[in-house]
Design a protein around this ligand. Structure first.
Ligand SMILES: O=C(O)CCC(=O)C(=O)O
Ligand SMILES: [Fe+2]
Length: 282
C-alpha cells in the first residue's frame, strides 16, 4: 500500500479568540468544524440528489456559475444563471471574507484513490480568496512553491484536452484547472508539505498560498497521518468557491510575476510581436 508521506505542515498559529482557526505564514487559513455533522449529512443528501454530475478524471463534479475552459485554464463560459442550491447560498453569509463573495462553485466527489493534479488556480480569472469546503472524509492536500517553468507550461493550451473536445469525446465540464501531468518524481520535492483537511473544515487560500504555491491531492487509497497512523481514505466531497473576475478585472498584480498567468501572457504576446516585427524587417 503506497502511503509515502510528504513533509508535514509547519506549525500553524492558532487564533487566540477561536482555537478552531489555524493560520500559516503562506496565507493559508483552516477553519476547523466550520459546519456541524447534521449540516454535513444534510448537505451530502442534497448533493447526492442532484442528477447533473459529470466526470473529471476519477472525480465527479457539479458546477454552478460560470464554467471554466480547462483547455487553457482561463476562459470562462457565459454565466449559467440556473439558481444556486440552498446548501450553497446558506454558506455565503458564513464565509470569513464578506467584502466579495464567491459566484462560481464546483462540488466534487473524490472516490478513494482519486486526487487532483498540482495546479495554481488561474490568477487573472478569479479574485484572491479561494475556498475549499471539505466533507465526508479527511484528505491531505499538498502545497509546493510553484516554479516559473511549471507556471509557463501550464499556460500552453492542453492539446490532449483540445483534441478530445474537437473529437467530442471525454468532454468534461470541469471548472477546475486541469494541469498537464508532471513527469514522475517532479512533485515529490522537499519543499512540498501536506496538510490534512478534516471533514467539515473550510480552507481559505490567500496571498502566497493562493498565488505562489501549487496545491494537489495525491490519488491514494491510504494516507499516513502526522502521528504515523495509516488510515484508509473514504469518499470525500469538496466545494471549491471562487469569485470570477469579469471585463477589466481580468488582470493580476500579485507579488508572483514569475508564476502569474497575466504577466506570462503579456510576455508571450510581447515576444510574438517582436518575432513578427523581426520577420517583417528581415
Ligand atoms: O477538492 C479540493 O479541496 C480542491 C479542489 C481544487 O483545488 C480546485 O477545484 O481548484
Ligand atoms: Fe484549486
Amino acid at each position: 500500500m503506497a502511503t509515502n508521506k510528504l513533509k508535514k505542515a509547519p506549525e500553524p498559529t492558532i487564533d487566540p479568540s477561536d482555537p478552531r482557526i489555524h493560520r500559516w505564514d503562506n496565507g493559508l487559513v483552516l477553519y476547523n468544524e466550520f459546519m456541524t455533522e447534521d449540516e454535513e449529512a444534510a448537505m451530502i443528501k442534497d448533493i447526492l440528489a442532484d442528477t447533473r454530475w459529470t466526470g473529471a478524471g476519477k472525480r465527479l463534479s457539479l458546477h454552478f456559475g460560470p464554467r471554466f475552459d480547462y483547455t487553457n485554464n482561463m476562459t470562462l463560459d457565459p454565466v449559467d444563471d440556473s439558481p444556486l442550491p440552498t446548501y450553497i447560498t446558506n454558506l455565503l453569509s458564513r464565509l470569513p471574507i464578506q467584502e466579495y463573495l464567491p459566484d462560481q462553485f464546483t462540488v466534487q466527489y473524490y472516490p478513494p484513490g482519486a486526487g487532483i493534479p498540482p495546479h495554481v488556480d488561474t490568477h487573472s480569472a478569479f479574485r484572491e480568496a479561494l475556498y475549499s469546503l471539505s466533507f465526508g472524509s479527511a484528505v491531505p492536500m499538498a502545497f509546493k512553491r510553484c516554479g516559473s517553468k511549471e507556471a509557463r507550461k501550464a499556460r500552453i493550451p492542453n492539446r490532449t484536452l483540445v483534441g478530445n473536445i474537437n473529437a467530442g469525446k471525454n468532454k468534461s465540464t470541469s471548472s477546475t484547472p486541469e494541469p498537464k501531468p508532471s513527469s514522475p518524481g517532479e512533485n515529490e520535492e522537499d519543499d512540498s508539505w501536506e496538510l490534512f483537511l478534516p471533514p467539515r473544515s473550510l480552507l481559505l487560500m490567500l496571498g502566497p498560498s493562493r498565488y505562489g504555491f501549487t496545491h494537489k491531492i495525491r490519488g491514494r487509497k491510504f494516507d499516513q497521518k502526522d502521528d504515523g497512523e495509516v488510515v484508509e481514505r473514504k469518499g470525500r466531497y469538496s466545494i471549491t468557491m471562487r469569485k470570477v473576475n469579469r471585463g477589466d478585472e481580468i488582470a493580476c498584480s500579485c507579488d508572483f510575476p514569475d508564476v502569474c498567468d497575466a504577466r506570462i501572457r503579456e510576455e508571450m504576446q510581447r515576444a510574438s510581436g517582436e518575432d513578427e516585427a523581426a520577420q517583417m524587417a528581415g
